[in-house]
Design a protein. Structure first.
Length: 579
């Protein structure tokens, strides 16, 4: 297999001539990022590398290069390959440059010394012989146009491969077609001359118009041969593809493309560029499509390399799956002055591609609401309830990334429904551990935070007793001091009182009474139990669950106590770095 290992994009659409290198590419590459940051332009750049004739300067040049009119203003796409087919049995590594600033005959260049690649024409021939690049866009063309231009091309090849007579007939037709075009070209001037006599009327009236015949010798023969063969989809009504729903159209084109590529181009290295494959799809179809992609890349005979842009939660929740290689695309923006520009300042926008680090992964998962849902996360904090989760989030919020947090009733709705965590508080911890052990075999570091009450002490003993059952887990249980709850750790008395005053008018009116009450009984209980006692004594309507929820959402995050947990999390998850 020949694999793309690295790409550098210069002066193409949202990419300038700065360092835009996409490294360590693998078989299945996923590009995430906000809208309009340049995700699709990565796919377009790869497609342009393999199909330089598709270059359209009016839209493909980088905007700043067009404004400043620099000497090298057209795109340069540099691709690194790992190749075991250039020399059989030997792995070769080389770069090929596709430089659109050059004349057509000199577009390609390489740092390889191999004879098969020692000229632009030989490089082009090698790429055409070894690769089939397919680009399925959601924006550049409508789906029916893609279906016609792509699938018809491959359907004819499929016919030729499966039926000897069709192959012979098509090849004979192609020879006759070339002969016909050649004959037309030889005599086209004579025909133009005869037609020109009919335009004398214009010239007599001083209007210089004459007929010109143009032969389009680039027209695909498949468009002629398959004009009367149309692709239809049958769901009780056989209709052309664009008569169906957008999701069905999209999925059909992708699936048919996979099938035809594997049937026709078995010996070719397939470069498949999918722009938001989830577009228009029902969620279950997105799941099925992802499974089809995984089936393709996991096939032992696979010679396909996929590049996919996506906003899909279905794809993004695979961030810890080693089969996937994830990249984030963002956009930088600055003002700059140029001598050749008529403007005093121009806005320079530049797409920036970054491989997922822990920090980027954390931010992307947070943006999509997936951070605490991914089932193969390797670093996890388990706590007793939603309010505990809120406090932990606030404490870790200023850090570049944080572990996943799970708590009572936590369940992925798409996961195995036999794990329905109906338990609450400390009783939920063991079921969560059982679920995590069943749902993925990834090695995990798990930090468990428990209240210092009797239930917490009992749970700690049970967890420590059962640790040996979880071969893939490294577990640390942290139980708060005797009878303390998390509120005792994050609040001091003054912060608790201020927060209660913000959430309940009754506390605002009874502030001094509450201060005196806490002062007299602080040594006898934790803050939450004392607050509940005060509520009960004064008949204040403020249920415990509502009170704890309000406290956890209205606390002054800058004043809450954090170091007690940061120290523990640091030493467990990040012993060699500052968290």
């Amino acid at each position: 297999m020949i694999k793309i290992s690295q790409i550098k994009i210069s002066n193409f659409r949202s990419f300038t001539n700065e360092e835009n290198i996409i490294k360590e590419l693998d078989v299945l590459n996923i590009f995430a990022g906000r809208n309009n940051v340049g995700k699709t332009n990565v796919l377009r750049a790869i497609n342009l590398f393999f199909n330089p004739k598709s270059y359209n300067p009016s839209i493909d040049r980088n905007a700043i290069k067009e404004i400043t009119k620099g000497a090298s203003k057209d795109p340069v796409i540099t691709v690194d390959f790992i190749d075991d087919e250039l020399e059989i049995g030997i792995e070769s590594k080389y770069q090929i440059y596709c430089n659109l600033n050059k004349e057509e005959a000199e577009i390609y260049k390489t740092n390889s010394k191999h004879a098969k690649l020692n000229s632009s024409s030989k490089i082009k021939k090698y790429l055409n012989a070894k690769f089939k690049c397919v680009y399925l866009s959601t924006t550049d063309q409508d789906l029916s146009s893609q279906a016609f231009s792509l699938l018809n091309d491959m359907v004819l090849e499929y016919f030729k491969k499966k039926h000897k007579k069709i192959k012979q007939t098509v090849e004979e037709f192609e020879r006759q077609y070339d002969l016909l075009l050649g004959t037309f070209k030889e005599h086209i001037n004579d025909i133009e001359s005869d037609l020109d006599n009919e335009f004398e009327l214009f010239r007599e009236n001083h209007i210089e118009i004459k007929p010109k015949l143009v032969i389009d010798d680039k027209a695909k023969i498949t468009e002629f041969l398959l004009k009367n063969i149309s692709l239809k989809l049958d769901d009780d009504y056989a209709q052309i593809i664009d008569a169906k729903g957008a999701g069905v159209q999209r999925t059909s084109v992708i699936l048919l493309t996979f099938f035809l590529l594997n049937e026709i181009f078995q010996k070719h290295n397939k470069i498949i560029l999918l722009d938001e494959p989830e577009a228009f799809l029902y969620p279950l179809l997105t799941t099925g499509l992802k499974d089809s992609i995984l089936e393709l890349v996991n096939n032992e005979n696979n010679k396909s390399q996929l590049f996919i842009t996506t906003h899909s939660r279905e794809f993004l929740k695979e961030v810890n799956n080693p089969i996937f290689r994830f990249y984030n695309i963002s956009q930088s923006k600055r003002e700059q002055s140029y001598q050749r520009s008529k403007n005093e300042f121009d806005i320079v926008k530049n797409s920036v591609v970054s491989k997922f680090t822990n920090e980027i992964k954390n931010q992307v998962l947070k943006n999509y609401g997936l951070l605490d849902e991914v089932d193969d996360h390797s670093e996890i904090i388990i706590c007793e309830g939603k309010t505990d989760k809120n406090y932990i989030e606030y404490i870790l919020d200023s850090k570049p990334y944080r572990p996943q947090i799970r708590y009572e009733k936590y369940q992925n709705d798409e996961a195995d429904l036999s794990f329905d965590f109906i338990a609450k508080g400390t009783e939920s911890v063991l079921p969560i551990l059982l679920y995590l052990d069943k749902v993925s075999q990834v090695h995990r570091k798990i930090f468990i935070l428990l209240d210092g009450d009797e239930a917490g002490k009992k749970a700690k003993k049970k967890i420590n007793k059962d640790k040996g059952k979880f071969k893939n887990f490294e577990i640390e249980v942290y139980i708060l001091d005797n009878n303390k709850e998390i509120e005792d750790m994050v609040f001091d008395e003054s912060l608790l009182i201020e927060t209660l005053k913000k959430t309940s008018r009754d506390f605002l009116e009874r502030e001094q009474e509450f201060v005196q009450f806490l002062s007299s009984k602080r040594e006898k209980g934790n803050l939450i139990d004392l607050t509940k006692e005060f509520i009960s004594y004064h008949n204040i309507h403020y249920p415990e669950g509502e009170m704890k929820s309000e406290l956890s959402q209205n606390i002054d995050r800058n004043r809450m106590n954090k170091e007690w947990l940061l120290e523990k999390v640091n030493s467990f998850f990040y012993s060699d770095e500052v968290f």
